[in-house]
Write a new protein. Sequence first.
Length: 291
Amino acid sequence: MRRLLLCLFLTALAAPALASDGVLEVNQTCAVETGCFTGDAAGFPVTITQGGSYRLTGNVTVTDPATDGIEATVEEVMLDLGGFTLRGPGSGTGNGISAPDRLTVINGTVRGFGQAGVTSDILCRVEGVRISENGGSGVALGPSAILERVHIYNNGSLGIDTGEGSVVSRSVIENNNLGGILAQEGSLISESTVRANSGHGIQATGNATIRGNVVRLNQNYQIYLSAGSALGGGLIVSNSVYSQSATFAALRMLSTEHGYRDNVVVSITSGTAFGGVNMGCNLLNGAGSCP
């Protein structure tokens, strides 16, 4: 009887923690002592080897500077941080969360890793997450990413670095060391506050659209549309922009196929807009009119 009870006890320890809704659980105890589910050994990173849904059930702290916090080796992973924090050691070579493609991260905080807070490639989604104090970019993603309601601040590189066809909306990006947002061709950046970043506030290439943002007090250009492989089609529309840069204009466009309209721009010491086509209804340092 004792031997049977011991076997049952050991089996229970080895079994993955499974919530009633079928979501696999991640916490500090299983990460360090047993591994959290099949394919994950004790210690970091917590390794996800099967697609599906996962959820933090408590704060998780990584002390090894040479490892990731959570690493998925497969696509189609949805990670709910559950309102908890995934915390790194404050330096090193590890990422907070990494995956190959089709990663979703929601609802919590990732902070203090030596490299990126969240990194993956195509078709990823990050929503309702605070990402801060990482040595690299807050978020480094590939094409067709969606970032919504994120707060990304105090990271050592860019706040957001994302590929073509991506969407950033309703977010706050501030105080990042190499710039706020870098997005590639065909991206949409909208309804966000981008402030006090070193480097450019928002930089996008080619036919990106930058719409309805508050952009202020970034070190270089507040909004910068560069050429990319497709020169034109880019649009800067309905933004509120404030610059104190002594060197960089508030708006900069590298192609005559870029246009800007309906913006309110104040630039204290440098120009308001350079390049591109003024499509009308811009208020530039108090001057402007609509047809």
